[in-house]
Write a protein of this length. Structure first.
Length: 275
């Protein structure tokens, strides 16, 4: 597509109370939907593919049944269905808020559009997504269960879904909106925010993310940063922003071109000197 395309994720910690099972933040969800609507009105050529995390909905049964690791037996498949129901419930809340704000959104759940192999999305049906974008609709994806040719079943995060869709849809930017201001250079003190991050600067700027202790001290942020840096390395024209959308107006500004929080981008090409 010739028009700008942005992948936007609303993080689970932003739209739900992550410590309280099945607890959405309806006021926040509606405010974010209204900011999306305002951005689309201000920039009519803008196209958005929206994704959202599962927050306190899908994570509870996913942890109980260890669904991401694989699905076997009757109990495992009961858990697979339970995770799907929870993800679907939150998705409906998001869709209703988008409709109230006037955003023409339509859901494309990964459980129905993707197949995984060993935890990675390998087959993706993108033609309906492309048709939706061409007609001015906002496709909505989410963290969801997926059938897996090796594990039986698994869970794909919103970032997993974006990674699978990026080479097929070619976004110019990926916006990951959550509650963290961005990537911190001094986690867990969180006093110095990293404004720009590249694959080569990661060990220097945020060694706790690239080191072996990363999973223990940062949880999901480590996986998010590493997967997005790998993506921008593969597609150097792409930039990724990790930022907080807690304050009103930040999300709308990001959609309209500002770069809040931390920007992830490819390493610059080495300059060549000719005699």
């Amino acid at each position: 597509m010739d028009e700008p395309l942005v992948f936007l994720k609303l993080g689970g910690s932003l739209i739900t109370e992550k410590d309280s099972p099945r607890t959405p933040r309806p006021d926040v969800i509606l405010r974010l939907a209204q900011e999306i609507a305002a951005a689309l009105k201000a920039a009519p050529r803008l196209h958005i593919l929206l994704g959202h995390g599962s927050g306190s909905f899908g994570h509870t049964p996913a942890r109980q049944y260890q669904t991401r690791s694989g699905v076997q037996g009757a109990e495992g498949w009961q858990g697979f269905a339970a995770v799907w129901r929870e993800a679907r419930a939150l998705n409906q809340i998001v869709l209703e808020a988008l409709a109230e704000a006037g955003v023409p959104a339509i859901a494309f759940p990964p459980s129905a559009t993707m197949l995984a192999r060993d935890g990675k999305a390998m087959w993706v049906e993108v033609r309906p997504l492309i048709a939706a974008l061409m007609h001015g609709l906002v496709p909505v994806v989410q963290g969801d269960v997926a059938f897996d040719t090796r594990r039986g079943g698994t869970i794909l995060s919103t970032e997993d879904v974006f990674i699978a869709l990026a080479p097929r849809l070619g976004p110019g930017r990926i916006l990951l909106a959550g509650i963290e201001e961005g990537v911190w250079a001094d986690f867990p003190q969180c006093t110095r925010l990293i404004k720009n991050l590249t694959p080569s600067s990661l060990p220097r700027e945020a060694p706790f993310l690239s080191g072996s202790r990363g999973i223990d001290v940062t949880g999901g942020m480590r996986d998010k940063v590493l997967s997005m840096l790998e993506l921008v390395s593969t597609y150097p024209a792409l930039t990724v922003s990790i930022f907080s959308a807690v304050q009103p107006g930040v999300l709308q500004a990001a959609l309209l071109g500002q770069s809040p929080g931390t920007t992830l981008q490819a390493d610059p090409l080495p300059s060549s000197h000719t005699r």
